[in-house]
Write a protein that binds this ligand. Structure first.
Ligand code: ZN
Length: 108
């Protein structure tokens, strides 16, 4: 996967793959800078780095959609970011499957 930009509800977000070394994250989304970072280094020796990057990117894109929807800080994420991580990760993991069903039924 390479650096690129993506349009999120009318706002261009830059997606960059960077070494996050021993940081406790695999990516993040800055709703003020409109930038998503995804780990490029396999610091935790996961078996499928590509899958980690794809899952992380989907997760961060959900954050971007929430920021651009005015939900940047209004969803509870106790004393941290304002997004409920369980909800974000649920969307990030289920969205490809949901999209497949929508496409199969031609209901988009
Ligand atoms: Zn998150």
């Amino acid at each position: 996967m390479k650096d690129c930009t993506v349009n999120i509800l009318g706002t261009e977000y830059q997606i960059v793959f960077v070494e996050l070394k021993d940081a406790d994250i695999d990516g993040d989304c800055d709703g003020t800078a409109h930038r998503i970072r995804v780990r490029s280094d396999n610091a935790n020796n996961v078996l499928n780095m590509e899958e980690l990057q794809k899952t992380t990117l989907r997760h961060e894109i959900i954050h971007a959609f929430m920021f651009e929807s005015g939900l940047g800080f209004s969803w509870q994420h106790p004393e941290q970011f304002g997004h409920d991580e369980t909800t974000v990760d649920w969307f990030a993991r289920q969205f490809p499957k949901i999209l497949k069903v929508f496409q199969e039924l031609d209901i988009l």
